[in-house]
Design a protein around this ligand. Structure first.
Ligand code: ADP
Ligand code: ADP
Ligand code: ZN
Length: 214
C-alpha cells in the first residue's frame, strides 16, 4: 500500500501518518524529519536545507527528489510506505510518479487533510516536537503525560523555530501557491480522498481506516 499525505503545514499529516504506519506496518517517511535529522547531525544537506526551512520556504526540488526516490527503494518500503510532506510541488509529484512507473507501480491513496488557515495558526502555536525522536504533541489536543517531556523517549519538547507565527503565515502562503496544485494532480490520477482535518484525531483516523480497509 503506497500512500501520500497532502495538506497544509499543521493540518495533522504527521499525526495521521504515524497512526497509519503503526496500523498497517508500513514505514512513515517524513521529509521534514529527514531534513531535521540532517540539521541535527550537521550534514552538508542539513546546512543547505536549514537556510530554506528557517525562512519558511521549501527546500529546492534538486535536494529533495533523489533523497525520497532513494528512500522508497529501501527494502523496508518494498510492500508500501506512507509519505508525509512529500511531494510538495508538481515537479516532486512528477519525480515520484516516474520513479514508481519504472517499477510498474503507482500511488494507491492520496489522503488530503483539509483544515482552514485560521485553525492552522492556532494549532502550530501549540505544537511541540521532541528534540530527539521527532514525536509531535499539542499542548491542548495531544498533550504528553508530563509537560515538556516526550512520552516515547523522555527527551525535551520544543516549539519548532518555523512554527513561530510569522513563519507559519509564510509557510501557509507557500502551501497555497506551490503545494495546493497537487490536489488537482492527484484528483486527475483518481486517487485523491479528502478528510475533514478539524475533527478529533481519532475520528479522522477512523474515516481513513474505512478507506484503507482493516
Ligand atoms: P509541516 O509539519 O509544516 O508539514 P514538515 O516537517 O513537513 O512541516 O516540513 C518542515 C520544512 O521542511 C518545510 O517548511 C520545508 O522547508 C521543508 N520540507 C519538508 N518537506 C519538503 C519537501 N517535500 N520539499 C521541500 N521542502 C520540504
Ligand atoms: P503536519 O504534519 O500536517 O504539519 P501535525 O500532525 O504535526 O501536522 O499536527 C500539527 C499540530 O496539531 C500538532 O501539535 C498535533 O498534535 C495537532 N493535531 C493534529 N491533528 C489534530 C486534530 N485533528 N485536532 C487537533 N489537533 C491536532
Ligand atoms: Zn522523543
Amino acid at each position: 500500500m503506497k500512500v501520500i499525505m497532502l495538506g497544509a503545514p499543521g493540518a495533522g499529516k504527521g499525526t495521521q501518518a504515524k497512526l497509519i504506519s503503526e496500523k498497517y506496518g508500513i514505514p512513515h517517511i517524513s521529509t521534514g524529519d529527514i531534513f531535521r535529522a540532517n540539521i541535527k547531525n550537521n550534514t552538508e544537506l542539513g546546512k543547505k536545507a536549514k537556510e530554506f526551512m528557517d525562512q519558511g520556504l521549501l527546500v529546492p526540488d534538486e535536494l529533495t527528489c533523489d533523497l525520497v526516490v532513494d528512500r522508497i527503494s529501501q527494502p523496508d518500503a518494498a510492500k508500501g510506505f506512507i509519505l508525509d510532506g512529500f511531494p510538495r510541488t508538481i515537479p516532486q509529484a512528477e519525480a515520484l510518479t516516474n520513479a514508481l512507473n519504472k517499477r510498474n507501480e503507482a500511488i494507491d491513496y492520496a489522503i488530503d487533510v483539509e483544515v482552514p488557515d485560521e485553525v492552522i495558526v492556532n494549532r502550530m502555536a501549540g505544537r511541540r516536537a521532541c528534540v530527539s525522536c521527532g514525536a509531535t504533541y499539542h499542548m491542548t489536543y495531544a498533550a504528553p503525560a508530563k509537560e515538556g517531556i516526550c512520552d516515547k523517549c523522555g527527551c525535551e519538547l520544543i516549539l519548532r523555530d518555523d512554527d513561530k507565527p510569522e513563519t507559519v503565515t509564510k509557510r501557509l502562503n507557500v502551501y497555497h501557491t506551490q503545494t495546493q496544485p497537487l490536489i488537482e494532480y492527484y484528483t486527475k490520477a483518481g486517487v485523491l480522498h479528502e478528510f475533514d482535518g478539524t475533527k478529533d484525531i481519532n475520528e479522522i483516523f477512523d474515516s481513513i481506516t474505512e478507506l484503507l480497509g482493516e
